[in-house]
Design a protein around this ligand. Structure first.
Ligand code: BEZ
Ligand code: FE
Length: 289
């Protein structure tokens, strides 16, 4: 086609696919071009704005490496990560939520009742619950990969003061499906703003805060892996998470208890002298298939 115009370029693009193109690839690329062209027409995109967009993408590439994922962060703050999550989440189980860029592999085992708080300052949080199937039956042998920030709002991979696996642990459920551990009360924190995504947040008057949360990845044979987070109902950023990760069923309540109500069977049993918080949260897994 030599007579390409602003009106027909989208249709012309559709004709440029080879006959052996994978059908899903064709579907995705055709839809992408349709929406991209419509976007440029809609905002009447100028050369200078197009150039600015290209520079943004180049800058995101420059700051990215195997530990810094600026494009994932871009997807997160645009709501794309959460939308993809929700499109593939089953209503029968606990909602999924964003993985975020700070999960690390190889966390150490955290036995039932184990403690992740250690010497860190802050309120003791006892988190516990049951991993079940969609009928409420406990699941034995479910692995819960748990991680959170230290009280300074930084994950261990962002903070030279922390050990590699501080505030990371993997707990495996017994026949009763129960999990339980102590940690420090999580804090609200900001996503990284020192790269091009931070420039977008500032340019659009958005704050970079996430409500405080605990991250869980739950895996059990025969069930869909669940990547999720749980949030306390009193966090000031609950209704304005900058990465859109909060779902109604992931909100729980911290119940304050006096020190003498701290239960037996935990690493901290008998040592807690201040009031502590209890967070009860059951995790419901959806069968594979
Ligand atoms: C997190 O919760 O760790 C996170 C999620 C998205 C972007 C940045 C951090
Ligand atoms: Fe997080």
């Amino acid at each position: 086609m030599r007579n390409v115009t602003a009106d027909n370029i989208t249709d012309v693009f559709m004709q440029y696919f080879g006959p052996d193109t994978d059908p899903r690839m064709r579907e995705i690329m055709q839809s992408l071009a349709t929406h991209l062209h419509a976007f440029a027409r809609d905002v009447n995109l100028t050369h200078a704005e197009w150039q600015r967009g290209i520079e943004f993408l180049e800058a995101a590439g420059r700051v990215s490496d195997e530990t810094r994922h600026e494009f994932v962060l871009l997807s997160d703050v645009l709501g794309l990560s959460s939308l993809v999550d929700m499109l593939h989440s089953s209503a029968a189980g606990t909602s999924s939520s964003v993985l975020g860029p700070f999960h690390i592999s190889g966390s150490p085992p955290l036995p039932f009742g184990g403690d992740m708080k250690r010497h860190y300052e802050g309120e003791v949080l006892l988190a516990r619950g049951t991993v079940t199937d969609t009928a409420g039956n406990p699941i034995e042998g479910a692995e819960i990969d748990i991680w959170q920030t230290a009280p300074n709002g930084l994950y261990s991979s962002q903070d030279e003061e922390q050990d590699t696996f501080s505030f990371h642990g993997i707990q495996t459920t017994a026949a009763d499906g129960r999990y339980g551990f102590t940690t420090v009360k999580p804090v609200s924190y900001t996503v990284p703003t020192d790269g091009p995504v931070g420039d977008i947040l500032r340019a659009t008057g958005r704050h970079p805060w996430r409500p405080s949360h605990l991250h869980y990845i739950v895996k059990a044979p025969g069930f869909r892996p669940l990547v999720t987070e749980i949030f306390p109902d009193d966090d000031p950023y609950l209704d304005e998470d900058t990465v859109f990760g909060v779902r109604g069923d992931l909100v729980m309540k911290y119940e304050p208890h006096p020190a003498d109500a701290f239960p037996e069977g935990y690493a901290l049993s008998g040592t807690v002298t201040e009031p502590f918080l209890l967070a009860e949260f059951d995790l419901r897994l959806v069968p594979l298939g």
